[in-house]
Ligand binder design. Structure first.
Ligand code: ADP
Ligand code: MG
Length: 527
């Protein structure tokens, strides 16, 4: 257009507005998107490296998790943000597979760029990628392996999901805890398995608590630490009584009135004491009066104050209590019950563990580690594993990992591509190439030659061994099911889906306009 009119469109915009069009905008966006994907490439798989992230305040994080890396990088470029969002979407939807999703986006972008350079139109690429993904969704169920719900394979799913995240020493132990946790709550609900890193110890000392853990200390030295078979009151207010002396409505004119006031206070106190003493453990949202504290301690009641809302919710779930906000309306059915309440010390921190009666509504994976870095990484690994096992249990099927499913999908896509009319065929083939980036990257991180590995894998798959992948821990090509490298379908689905969405979004953009006061002050998107 500019060539024809001799007028660059940006001439109609004021000077402080940058603009990049068509090929410029597109190739810049693709380059940025690929660069972002390249950042996480080396972290893929069991032999993936870690990234150290340092913030300006001296904070450090060491991680192998795609989403953590990209979200901490504060990427500003919009195309970069689109790729980083792929990781966060994946994390929110299925937890695991964040690096895979980002690497796929990078390679779909790379393939798209090549096609664009060959003169293929972006809408053709878009159509071809969509045809490919439709086909992938049909093919995936064909290459899954049906599973029984026995613990063995579920533990393998957990172990595969935890891969590469600093937990190798305790992988067996942790994956059996994960399976036990999922089995105990027996339904998919993200709130009912709490993953709680408590530090101090070694990963092998991690345990499953059938209930919840809160970081609290008793409010009086004479209160017990531990109680078995305990009735629990969760009180959503202050445990104080009205200070009648400071009530402006009472005008003290003679000494007798003092007595009335004191009597009134005592009456209130007796009432409160009576209500509360039905419980063995009292968790108070706000403050507790000194006098009440003494009384509770004398009665052998264990009490905590300033219990935050999140902990209250956890206690409610673990004990089946209701939050009571008015003691006058307290009824016995509002009280919860637990098998035991127990003080736990981890490092310098004091916690209280509530173990539910039979059939706990919530369980806690108590993660022990020597350092906070490892604790954080374990938290991610175990969250990924919990979700993976839940998904696998739901689907009753898994895919072979180690690049096996990507190789098989690529092979079948290529053979289907011949039947596609038009240039979309090229985009479908490009899609197949992009999928193979996963085994290629796994080979690289495992120190194997990617070409050798890919050739070997293709040959084996052509012979019908569709579960053959690269065992990155040993470095050899093998049946992934025999090596226990299996992953849920939905994790792969979600990764491919969001990778295509992001790629198409980026490839479609043909014009970038950075207006200085658009969303945020100084959106310097073209720098
Ligand atoms: P993501 O963030 O995508 O989950 P990971 O670093 O967890 O990235 O790596 C996941 C990939 O590693 C998957 O493709 C999975 O099949 C593969 N993988 C896991 N364990 C092994 C193994 N022992 N050998 C080869 N590949 C493995
Ligand atoms: Mg993973």
């Amino acid at each position: 257009m500019s060539e024809r009119t001799g007028l660059h469109p940006s001439n109609i915009l004021s000077e402080d507005i940058d603009r990049a069009s068509d090929r410029d905008a597109r190739s810049m966006n693709i380059a940025v998107g690929r660069a972002v994907a390249d950042v996480v490439k080396s972290t893929l798989g069991p032999r993936g490296r870690d990234k150290m992230l340092a913030d300006q305040g001296g904070g450090l994080a060491v991680t192998n998790d795609g989403d953590t890396v990209l979200s901490k990088m504060n990427i500003e470029h919009p195309a970069g943000k689109i790729v980083a969002d792929v990781a966060s979407t994946q994390k929110t939807e299925v937890s695991d597979g964040t690096t895979t999703a980002v690497i796929l986006t990078g390679s779909l972008l790379e393939e798209a760029e090549r096609l664009l350079d060959d003169g293929i139109h972006s809408t053709t690429i878009e159509r071809g990628y969509h045809q490919a993904i439709d086909r992938v969704l049909e093919l995936l169920p064909e290459i899954t392996i049906d599973i029984t719900t026995d613990s063995g394979i579920l533990q393998e799913v957990a172990a595969t999901a935890m891969t590469g995240k600093n937990v190798d020493v305790a992988r067996d132990h942790l994956s059996s805890l994960v399976v036990e946790a999922v089995r105990t709550v027996d339904q998919r609900d993200s709130d009912d398995i709490v993953v709680e890193p408590v530090g101090s110890g070694t990963p092998k000392e991690s345990e499953l608590l059938e209930g919840v853990l809160i970081e609290e200390e008793r409010i009086h030295d004479h209160m017990p630490y531990n109680i078995d078979d305990a009735t629990v009151l969760v009180y959503g207010s202050d445990l104080t009584f009205d200070d009648a002396q400071s009530d402006p409505a009472i005008d003290i004119t003679n000494p007798d009135q003092f007595e009335t006031i004191i009597e009134e206070e005592e009456r209130q106190f007796r009432d409160m004491a009576e209500e509360v003493s039905e419980a063995d453990v009292v968790l108070v949202d706000g403050n507790v009066d000194d006098m009440v504290m003494h009384f509770l301690a004398e009665e052998g009641i264990l009490a905590f104050d300033q219990v935050d809302r999140e902990d209250q919710r956890a206690i409610v779930r673990a004990t089946d209590a209701w939050v009571v906000s008015d003691l006058d309306e307290l009824s016995h059915s509002d009280l919860g019950h637990v098998r035991s309440v127990e003080r736990r010390i981890f490092g310098d921190d004091e916690y209280v563990a509530f173990t539910s009666d039979t059939d706990p509504g919530v369980v806690t994976l108590l993660l022990r580690s020597g350092t906070e870095h490892v604790g954080k990484e374990m938290e991610i690994a175990l969250t990924d594993a919990v979700d993976a096992v839940e998904i696998a249990l739901e689907e009753r099927a898994v895919l072979p990992g180690g690049g096996a499913s990507e190789i098989e999908l690529a092979r079948r896509l290529r053979s289907d591509a011949d039947a596609i009319d038009g240039r979309e065929q090229l985009a479908v083939e490009a899609f197949a190439n992009a999928l193979e980036t996963i085994p290629r990257t796994l080979a690289r991180t495992a120190g194997r030659d990617p070409i050798d590995v890919l050739t070997e894998l293709r040959t084996r798959h052509a012979e019908g061994a569709i579960a053959t992948g690269l065992d990155a821990t040993t470095g050899d090509v093998a049946e992934m099911t025999a090596r226990g490298v299996v992953e849920p379908l939905q994790v792969k689905n979600a990764a491919i889906d969001s990778a295509v969405d992001a790629t198409v979004t980026i490839v479609r953009i043909d014009d970038m306009i950075a207006a200085s006061n658009f969303n945020e002050p100084n959106t310097d998107i073209l720098s």
